[in-house]
Design a protein around this ligand. Structure first.
Ligand SMILES: NC(=O)c1ccc[n+]([C@@H]2O[C@H](COP(=O)([O-])OP(=O)(O)OC[C@H]3O[C@@H](n4cnc5c(N)ncnc54)[C@H](O)[C@@H]3O)[C@@H](O)[C@H]2O)c1
Length: 249
């Protein structure tokens, strides 16, 4: 799966799935724009990439989003692949006062920023006949998740439909759009949202009694973004160790 001469933007590349994706693209020859907020973590990802551009930016900020696209074009001249990966969750249940704060911050990051980044990148993706992979979650398809993460689940359900609509919109322009929906993956996401639970605690909620590593998710993303997947658009791939098919009876 060579990505030689390809240019990819990976949002949220300072840790977890995004970092693994950036490193994997780079290993396959791509030039990668590594987007995130934490300079130290971004530098750690960049140190494992041969040809990368570090862009410290907040994807929820429209000026930063423009800067991400502009700096990528100034440095690499084109955009072949956009990985809308940056995401996270803010807790708040429908029964407490935090609900609207959780809604606003979660939607701003998981949905609005994806609209903004995508709309800015689309003209370049059309020129390159490129593709987009959005990182959703099995949380979009189940009510099993905690009461407090309703905003996260709804944001990812919105992202799923955004991906399907966008695939239809961009097909005539030769741009593919796909979504992946992981189950539990060992990343910084728990620490970043203040969840102190262990990843091992989630294993019994999967049929395979396992949780994934970010590199496994990166493998799937690279396949979908590659020419091997040239007929795949509007699809949504679950990679969840059987979280959604787990039987409880
Ligand atoms: N880890 C899981 O169990 C899991 C499961 C399903 C889906 N996901 C999704 O995978 C994606 C990546 O998450 P992860 O698990 O690797 O977590 P992570 O916290 O390790 O990575 C998220 C990345 O997004 C970045 N980010 C957050 N807000 C940002 C902002 N405003 N601007 C720029 N960057 C920002 C973070 O700095 C970080 O680099 C997210 O969309 C998440 O919802 C994760």
């Amino acid at each position: 799966m060579s990505f030689k001469d390809k240019v990819a933007i990976v949002t949220g590349a300072s840790s977890g799935i995004g970092a693994a994706v950036a490193i994997a693209f780079s290993a396959e020859g791509a030039s990668v724009a590594i987007v995130g907020r934490n300079q130290t973590k971004l530098a750690a990802t960049a140190s494992r990439c041969a040809n990368s551009l570090v862009i410290q930016a907040d994807v929820t900020n429209d000026d930063d989003a423009r800067r991400i696209v502009n700096e990528t074009i100034e440095t690499f001249g084109k955009i072949d692949i956009l990985i809308n990966n940056a995401g996270g969750l803010s807790f708040g249940s429908i029964f407490d006062d935090k609900i609207m704060t959780a809604y606003d911050s979660t939607m701003a990051l998981n949905l609005r920023a994806v609209f903004r980044m995508t709309s800015l990148a689309v003209p370049y993706l059309i020129k390159a006949k490129g593709n987009i992979v959005n990182v959703s979650s099995v949380a979009a398809r189940t009510t099993q998740f905690a009461l407090e993460s309703i905003a996260y689940s709804v944001s990812k359900a919105g992202l799923d439909h955004f991906g399907a609509c966008l695939a239809a919109d961009l097909a005539e322009h030769g741009v593919r759009v796909n979504t992946i929906s992981p189950g539990p993956v060992v990343t910084d996401i728990k620490a970043n949202c203040g969840d102190t639970g262990s990843w091992d605690d989630l294993k019994p909620f999967t049929a395979l009694n396992n949780v994934s590593q970010p590199e496994e998710i990166a493998d799937l993303i690279l396949f979908i973004a590659s020419d091997k997947a040239k007929s795949i658009t509007g699809s949504n791939y679950i990679t969840d160790n059987g979280f959604l098919i787990k039987r409880y009876l």
